[in-house]
Every structure is written in C-alpha cells, then in structure tokens.
Design a binder for this molecule. Sequence first.
Ligand code: ADP
Ligand code: MG
Length: 470
Amino acid sequence: MAQGIRDMIKDTAKVADLAKDAKDAALLNGVLMRTKEASNSAELVTYAPFTLFPTPVPKAVFQQALDVQTHYNSLVDRISQNTDFLKEALASTIEVDEFTSRLFKIHKQTLKEGISQSVVLGLNRSDYMLDGSSSLKQIEINTISASFGGLAAGLVGVHKHILKVAGRLEDSMAILDNNPAAGLARAISKAKELYGAERAVVLILVSDDEQNIYDQRCVELELMKLNVFTIRRTFEDVCARGSLDKEKRLIIDGLEVALVYFRNGYAPQQYKSQQDWDTRLMLERSRAIKCPDIATHLTGTKKVQQVLARPGVLERFFPNEPRVVEQIRATFAGLYTLDMGPEGDTIVAMALKDPEKYVLKPQREGGGNNIYGSEICKVLQEAKGSERMAYILMDKINSTPSHNYLLRQDSPLTVSNCLSELGIFGAYVRQGTEMVMNEQVGHLLRTKSSAHADGGVAAGVAVLDNPFLY
Ligand code: ADP
Ligand code: MG
C-alpha cells in the first residue's frame, strides 16, 4: 500500500487539484496557524504547513518508538530527581552557557528553600529519525513546551480526506487515529486533581505573539471537556499581577493557580528582562505544579542526552532493569563530549576530519540552532578558551529520503525530496514516590525538504505529516 502513496505523488496531473482540496480540508479540520504579520490577531489565519500525502514509515520502528516511550518518561522523571547527577552532568555547560546556568541557579535556589510541591507532571516528546530506512535513532527529547499535540489530531482528517478524494479508500482507513492533546489534557487534569483545590485553575504561560496558538487552544479545549479551567498569561502578566501567599500558593487576578503549563520560557530571547527571570523563579518557588519543573526542564538539555549515552550511565537509573536499558540504548545515536581535556580534544580532531558526519549542538530549543558541515570546523576552530563546552557533538543521522509536496502559505507546489522526524508524546504524573500515570499519548510526524539540515515547524522548515505504516 505504501507503493500506492508513492504512485500518487508521481501523478503530477492530479496534484494541483488535490492540493486545493487539502488546504481547504486543513482549514476545516482546524490545522491552523496565525500569520507572522498578524500573530496577535485571529482575524488573519492560515493553515499550518503540512504534507499533501502521508509518509510511509515502517510499522516495526513506529511500534518500537511507542514501546520505549514510558521508559523515557521514567528516565526523565528519575534524572529530574537526581540533583547530584544533574549537577555533575551540567557542570561544564553552565560554566560557559549563560542560559543553562541561569536555569540551574533557579534549580539550586529552590532546592535550598525546599521543594514546595510533591506532585510532578511531565509532558514530553521524544523525537527520532531513521538511520537508513529502519534504524530508529533519537534526535532529542523535549521536556518543555513540546508542541503540535493539538494540530496533529486535525491532520488525521486531512490525510484521510485526501486519500479518499484520490480514490484510495482503503489507504485512507489505514491512517492512524491520533489525538495527543487529549492525553496531555488527561495528565494535566490528573495532576490538577492531586493539587486538591477544586476551584484553582491551570495557568498556561504563553508569549504575546504566538503564531502556534491554535495548537495550544486544542489542549485548552480538551481540558474544558474535563471541566478544567485554564487562563493564558505572559511572564509580564504574572510579574505585574501574580504573587505567592504565605503558603506559597500562586495567586493571579484573584485566582489560585494549581498548575503552570509552560508554552514559553524555553529560549533565552523569551526572557526579555531580569523581571522575567524573577518571575520564572517565583513560579518555581510556588506550590503550583510546574510542567515542567526546573529540574525536568534541565533534563531535556542536549548535554544531559550526551552524558546518558556514556557507558554505564543508563544503568544508574535502571539498576535492575537490563531490558529497559537495552530498549532505551538501542535508540541512541553516537553522542560525544566537547569538555576540555584529552577526550574532548580527540572528539574535536574527529569532527574536524569529517565534519559532514556530525551535527554540532548548543543547548538551545526551537530549531535553527544546530551547526552542520564546514561551519562545524569554523565554530570549533574559533572557539576561545573553554567555549566549546557549550556544545555537544552528535552523529548525523542519514535517513532515506522520500518524495512529497510541502504545502505552505505562498509557496509554489513542487515535489520535494523529504526527510521525516517521528515524535512520540509521553505523559506522566508522580505524587511523592508513586507514579500515578505513565503513558504514551500519541505521535507527530514532521517532514522537511532534505535541502535543509535543521528542522522545526515553528522555525519555518518542517511541516506536519502523518505516518503511513507499512
Ligand atoms: P531543537 O531543540 O532545535 O529542535 P534538535 O536536536 O531537534 O534541536 O535539532 C533540530 C533539527 O535538526 C531536527 O529536527 C533535525 O531535523 C535536525 N537534526 C538534529 N540532530 C540531527 C542528527 N543527529 N542528524 C540529522 N539531523 C539532525
Ligand atoms: Mg527538535
């Protein structure tokens, strides 16, 4: 059946009409985004970029990614509770990376004061590419603001529709149902219930110019179905009108906040002033449940990912579960330290010799920050003192490309050579030492032209997609 999809892509006579149908279907299914020009207004929206056709993905690797997700949830959760590990893993990074260092300071300060909330909510997305066509390799795990769990649901309807229009009813029925936002909302609701105050609300920490607002709104709608009330506030709002009472309850505009869900605050430029940093600290000190708490945010750094790939490290987190260790490790690509010393020196020499084989990654999120090819040599050769410690080096994953059409506002309809990245959403809730929820709640496929090394839908490179399992 995957061959059927490949044949359709070649049928250029039909593609223009299908693209028109697909764009309308996207609008009707709520696969929406605000435009750059009017990110503050609902008066001018467009479809979020997406592929005309779903992309064939082998069933076995898809299942492998689903199966390992609850273990990744446990791993992230266990790391976030291991202060000594985080401190050691991030020691070199925080010496040279200002952003990670500021996050770590908040972590240290709240630890000193004592953690005020024993309920932990983790919502993450583990992303993979295929090395060749069948070896699943993790690109990264996102522990803060993992997005597109909302819009992914709408795209199921779009691809089902397009396959039907194209006369492929049977293929259409093979597109998997998928609604990550419902699972994310279920976890938020569960955590909120454990917080205990019925009238308290969920605060979604947002930016004031969010193009991807409808993705967030999907989670809000799912929460409303569960009778969980949400408010949207920026750092500035919380700073101006939020405060902690004597019991460290977070109060804003007269409402008690049970849970803060961060959809902002993962990139340096999102902290516009010292005030925003003070606000992040206040949120962290509060009794509200934080999604993520600062330790879980730090667990999502590329440096922690690299340290985990060292021999023996996973075993520290799963001492009696060799099968789990094996399952997680099977998804690791080669990851290398650039810390100062002989090991780091060897890695630099290795990267300079074959830069095309690697990706150089700083501790940043959101796409567009990684360094590739000859640029790697330039950055490593020009790094002064211990500056190279801000990065890690990773094996470049070379997927087998496939053809598709990327539909994006004002872009011409041309066939592209494409690479895809599969994300699996994880959700867990812990109360004290007891995991009360640990689930895989859905998937996301993103596809980009192979002409781009880096990805990211929000960064304007990748587009939303669905896997077509074969
Ligand atoms: P970010 O936090 O910016 O999303 P990622 O690690 O996910 O950082 O990298 C961004 C993009 O760069 C990915 O979506 C992928 O397209 C590409 N990329 C990252 N790591 C690799 C790799 N090891 N091999 C090939 N491509 C990669
Ligand atoms: Mg990423």
